[in-house]
Design a protein around this ligand. Structure first.
Ligand code: 2AL
Length: 242
């Protein structure tokens, strides 16, 4: 199967790191095609950046070649998730939604450890949107900028580990969800050190995408995930019209 892995930010280094994490768990028959938008911010740490990144996700789903059998949106804000599901009948998995569901299978309550504290509200909004707010006992920022994860040394891993330990204690939680795609390469190390399930949404999303494809399940075209209605488009977005 062809899996379109979209990094919604424009950091090529992060796209490569996420692709490596995805390929490490992908089945032998899964071809991971990793892409990023042609425009937008190099990392996503604010509402404004997230809005532009969502358009970048829509662009990459529209222009996808080869035609994907499944799509993964590899940013913890799940930018453009509904738009992508309208644009294709392939299953589309956002890493936050995937990670929250996986954590819910493994414990009664989980904690999220993310990057900048200002992005905590994004995860909290998503938990409400997905109806999973009762399963999450806390969302914790580390104030590590997303791009610093590209050269994550011991000091940075230790900061995330300390935040996770504090979250497990203060939240009385049973698992840690990593709140950024850029944390994917750190998942194994953090799992070994923390001794609780540590969930990286990128790998969970890849395995969920493979499962849905294997089951022949596709995005519903009945109702609001139907393709957007045809109409005239103007400006730079014209090539993205359906
Ligand atoms: C992210 C992410 O996953 N990619 C990015 O650019 N920003 N999420 C986050 N909470 O910082």
């Amino acid at each position: 199967m062809n899996l379109l892995l979209i990094n919604p930010n424009t950091s090529t280094a992060m796209t490569q790191a996420i692709a490596e994490a995805a390929r490490a768990v992908a089945a032998p028959g899964t071809r991971v095609h990793a892409v990023q938008p042609s425009f937008g911010p190099e990392s996503i740490e604010s509402h404004f950046e997230e809005t532009i990144a969502a358009a970048g996700v829509a662009e990459q789903v529209r222009l996808a070649n080869p035609r994907p059998d499944a799509v993964v949106i590899a940013c913890f804000g799940d930018p453009g998730l509904d738009a992508a599901r309208e644009a294709t009948d392939a299953p589309v998995i956002g890493i936050a939604e995937a990670a929250f569901h996986a954590a819910s299978f493994l414990c009664t309550g989980f904690s999220v450890v993310t990057t900048m504290t200002r992005t905590c509200i994004t995860a909290e909004h998503l938990l409400h949107r997905y109806g999973l707010e009762r399963r999450c006992r806390g969302v914790h920022g580390t104030d590590i900028p997303v791009l610093e994860l590209e050269q994550a040394g011991e000091a940075l891993v230790a900061r995330i580990e300390a935040a996770a330990r504090a979250a497990l204690a203060s939240d009385r939680s049973g698992a840690i969800v990593l709140g950024c795609a850029g944390m994917a390469p750190l998942c194994a190390t953090l799992s070994a050190r923390l001794g609780v399930p540590v969930i990286d949404g990128v790998s969970v999303a890849v395995k969920l995408a493979e499962s849905l494809v294997a089951l022949g399940l596709r995005t519903s075209k009945h109702g609001d995930y139907a393709p957007p209605p045809p109409k005239a488009w103007t400006g730079w977005a014209k090539p993205l019209a359906g």
